[in-house]
Design a protein. Structure first.
Length: 365
């Protein structure tokens, strides 16, 4: 009888152990994918970081309890970025999006120490086995915004408040100018460089300086809504960048150039979940749904809106390329031919852009 009792006890214990083993395995299988995001500015109601955080929210909504997202905001580029990225990896995040150009080297450095973690370097260009890169063709939206600005400007002079003279920013200035001059050959664009991405007082001061130089429409490549607020205050017109900014500039906004990250982020998270994630490079634009122009202000005539949207469709269909010279050569603002008539710039040439097009008042360095 004692032996029977012992046998039954052992059998019960084995069954219990088996049950807990199954339960633990199931729990482990159901653990959500932890995803970390690193932001270069604070999360605000609009702007660069706002758009990336909207992308994060899209992932959470689309994948539900399969994922758990977290973010760290206002992280300076440089050593502090490496610390934050490393902390996210140590905390169990298996997919980390680093959303600023200056995060590229810190991302690569951390990735070498965490080969089982997948990294997405947004606006970076260096890949590794566990580091992919992605960017958007912002210049396509800039060209379309230039068309709107050219139609709306009365002085034929636009302003541009810019962060750093890196290729991405130069592409935007050049595309904006080409778009503007496609409908107003006399158009000029004046540029002020800030050499920083996020400094609302400096952004506002630069805008005000440009408004004092015959500028009646302004664009920008910085991280806040300060330029839009300045245009609203001065009764001028402005191109919103990153986000729809009509809350800040209800009368000033002509159109918004938006970048949309939700679909890309969701696809990459799904790839980690199903084991199909691979390193690579993505550069998507209007056609891929990563860039969109719209959200016209109340003072933009329907004819202008229709024209801009028609050109947007042309870009999506491959009929219009911002960096293609049609009947005449495209020259830089020092007179050198940069795109011969009938030719287009290749992607490598666009990615290495280091010049400013004819019509821009400013230097590329």
């Amino acid at each position: 009888m004692y032996k029977n009792l012992v046998g039954r006890a052992l059998l019960a214990l084995a069954s219990t152990s088996f049950f807990f083993s199954i339960s633990t395995t199931t729990a482990q299988a159901a653990d959500p994918l932890q995803i970390g995001f690193v932001y270069v500015t604070p999360v605000t109601d609009a702007g660069w970081t706002h758009q990336h955080d909207e992308g994060r929210k899209t992932v959470a909504a689309a994948l539900g309890d399969k994922v758990k997202t977290t973010f760290v905001e206002n992280v300076p580029e440089g050593p502090d970025a490496e610390r934050v990225i490393r902390d996210l990896a140590r905390q169990g995040n298996k997919l980390i999006f680093t959303s600023s150009f200056g995060y590229m080297e810190p991302t690569l450095k951390v990735a070498r120490d965490f080969p089982d973690v997948k990294f997405e370097s947004i606006t970076g260009y260096k890949q590794a086995a566990n580091v992919a890169t992605a960017n958007a063709r912002y210049y396509e939206g800039r060209y379309l915004a230039g068309i709107a600005a050219g139609r709306m400007s009365k002085t034929h002079v636009a302003g541009y408040v810019a962060g750093f003279p890196i290729p991405e920013v130069l592409q935007g200035i050049n595309a904006f100018t080409l778009g503007m001059r496609s409908v107003d050959p006399k158009a000029q664009v004046k540029v002020i460089w800030l050499n920083e991405w996020f400094n609302p007082p400096a952004e506002r001061d630069a805008a005000m300086t440009l408004f004092n130089q015959d500028v009646d429409v302004i664009a920008f490549h910085t991280g806040s809504t300060a330029v839009m607020a300045a245009a609203q205050a001065r009764g001028k017109m402005a191109i919103a960048y990153h986000s729809d900014m009509r809350k800040v500039a209800p009368d000033a906004q002509i159109v918004a150039v938006q970048h949309l990250w939700g679909d890309y982020y969701t696809r990459r998270a799904r790839a980690v979940l199903d084991g199909s994630w691979k390193s690579g490079d993505t550069w998507g634009g209007v056609k891929e749904g990563m860039i969109r122009v719209g959200e016209f202000g109340p003072n933009v005539p329907k004819t202008v809106q229709s024209e801009v949207l028609a050109r947007q469709k042309d870009i999506a269909d491959g009929k219009l390329q911002p960096f293609r010279a049609s009947a005449a050569d495209v020259r830089d603002n020092e007179g050198k031919v940069r795109i011969a008539a009938g030719k287009s710039l290749s992607d490598p040439e666009i990615l290495q852009m280091n010049w400013l097009v004819e019509g821009v008042q400013g230097k590329s360095k």
